[in-house]
Design a protein around this ligand. Structure first.
Ligand code: UTP
Length: 511
């Protein structure tokens, strides 16, 4: 390990070491950490440092990773909630669900939210106080039951549920599960995979950063949710699932209380259109601060369908096909739909790809430079990777598509603390606990309305400095209504009204 570090230009790590025989335990601990960093990165530290040098040089030179590519609009499916097409995709999705595994990426620090617990333990709304993790587990169990019922004679399939954790979230996630009897799921159905942090970089030469508080420790930071692919690959779970006849892997994030309303139809789209990769998306206004899904074609013939960050998409369009950049089309939205980072991958082609790459995802680096010479950093940086960059290495034959859903149905993440949310420019989403909660009531109210229920109009109210639409505060267990048809069947033929009471909250009244 010492020889490797010296060969890789890391002699500074040993600069302040005392004579042999002094502080040997600390020195051993240093090498234990080096060995761990080496083992947990595909290709080891040598590969990490080499990639870091290349990416830092690109960043210093201001090179755009998509230079040479021309964007165009990829093909995908756009769904309208409740119409026949939607209902058919939901049916197809529920049928396929027994062949799916769910992966929750929950290793993030949640710095923007400023909550010191784990995000999945937060209640998704305050009427039932169900926490995100409970809601996810109950949704998966309800889907499992509904899907197995469609098999003649029933089936015993348990939908696997994997949670990617990190040192910041692992113990508390396990504790939340154990102290709540896994919210009704069988403990063997749940697997926790812990991602490791990566070494920080002190300068453009890729020198590893020493922890300012301990000269025997290399500073580390999270590597991003892209780690989920290499972790899944090395866990051996993918092959076990394939051998058990499973077909789909669904990835989702920690605090989107709406997601499971969009899952059945999206899986239906994957199954019907035979997509190897299906990204869930929402309509996106041109230049809106959310990545756009685009097809990129290189002059040398390479193509990929990929999420392009909004600050890269507009300049790329300007430099290639449209001097006006990203503009709305006749629908009033950008033709490039907004990526919400929930992916459905077909298991067979996924395994095939990971066998080639080991699950390594194209990384990026985002150093904050001290000045325009870009020669030093304000604080150490590290390589990062994102799970949605998975399609970058796929062959042109891969079937990569997307499913666009109404935003009210599919996407209301809780990422920002109340103070920062209140400062969000008007018209932009708050992405706070307040907006996340209100989005659940609104979606449930709109679903009921479409199913024929009389629902009072919403009122505008300000909570935590954020103006939100307050609808009837309706919540239900996933088991009660998983799909639009489920809900419709439940409420049809009876007189149901949703009342809204400004001060006392709301009640859902059924006679
Ligand atoms: P976010 O973009 O919300 O990042 O992650 P975050 O780290 O949780 O929050 P901030 O940026 O510090 O405020 C999107 C999803 O990816 C997971 C998060 O848990 C969340 O579900 N994630 C993020 C990981 O699993 N690992 C990571 O290293 C980063």
């Amino acid at each position: 390990m010492a020889k490797m570090l010296l060969e890789m230009g890391q002699s500074h790590l040993f600069e302040h070491w005392p004579e042999p025989g002094t502080e040997d335990d600390e020195k051993r601990a240093f090498f234990d950490q080096v060995a761990k960093l080496d083992a947990s990165y595909p290709g080891g530290l040598i590969s990490y440092i080499k990639t870091a040098r290349e990416l830092l040089a690109d960043s210093k030179a201001g090179r755009n990773p998509f230079d040479g590519f021309t964007p165009s609009v990829p093909s995908g499916e756009s769904l309208t909630f409740g119409d026949d097409n939607f209902v058919q995709f939901e049916e197809a999705g529920v049928r396929e669900m027994k062949n799916a595994a769910f992966i929750l990426v929950a290793g993030g620090l949640g710095e923007r939210l400023g909550y010191n617990g784990i995000k999945v333990a937060l209640p998704q709304e305050s009427s039932s106080e169900t926490c995100f993790l409970q809601h996810y587990i109950e949704s998966i169990l309800a889907l499992q039951e509904a899907s197995c019922k469609l098999v003649q004679g029933g089936c015993q399939r348990q939908i696997p549920f994997v949670i990617m954790t990190s040192d910041d979230t692992h113990a508390r996630t396990l504790e939340l599960l154990e102290s709540n009897a896994y919210f009704g799921m069988s403990p063997t159905q749940v697997k926790l995979l812990k991602q490791e942090k990566v070494a920080c970089l002190a300068d453009n030469d890729g020198r590893l950063a020493v922890d300012p508080k301990n000269k025997y420790t290399i500073q580390t930071k999270p590597h991003g949710h892209g780690d989920v692919h290499s972790l899944l690959y090395s866990s051996g779970l993918l092959n076990i699932w394939r051998d058990a006849g499973m077909r789909w892997v669904l990835f989702f994030q920690d605090t989107n209380g709406l997601l499971f309303k969009a899952i059945p139809a999206s899986l239906g789209v994957s199954a019907t259109k035979q997509y190897h990769v299906n990204s869930l998306a929402v309509p996106r206004k041109a230049k809106e601060a959310i990545g756009g899904i685009a097809k990129l074609t290189h002059a040398d013939g390479r193509t990929m369908v990929i999420n392009v960050e909004y600050n890269q998409l507009d300049p790329l369009l300007r430099a290639t096909v449209n001097p006006d950049g990203d503009v709305n089309c006749e629908t009033g939205y950008s033709p490039f739909p907004g990526n919400i980072n929930q992916l459905i991958l077909e298991l067979g082609p996924y395994i095939e790809e990971l066998t080639k790459t080991g699950g390594a995802i194209k990384e990026f680096v985002n150093p904050k430079y001290t000045d325009a010479t870009k020669s030093s950093f304000k604080s150490s940086t590290r390589l990062e990777c994102m799970m949605q960059d998975y399609p970058q290495t796929l062959p042109p034959t891969a079937r990569v598509g997307f499913t666009v859903m109404d935003i009210w149905l599919a996407y209301a993440p809780v990422k920002n603390n109340p103070e920062d949310a209140a400062k969000v420019p008007k018209g932009n989403p708050y992405h706070s606990a307040t907006s996340g909660e209100m989005a659940i009531y609104r979606a449930n109210s709109l679903i009921l309305k479409k199913a024929g229920v009389k629902v009072e109009d919403p009122v505008l109210q300000v909570f935590n400095g954020q103006e939100v639409e307050v609808w009837s505060r309706v919540t239900w267990k996933p088991k009660w209504g998983l799909t639009f048809i489920d809900v419709k069947n439940k409420v049809s033929g009876s007189m149901v009204t949703c009342h809204l009471e400004a001060q006392m909250g709301t009640y859902f009244h059924r006679r």
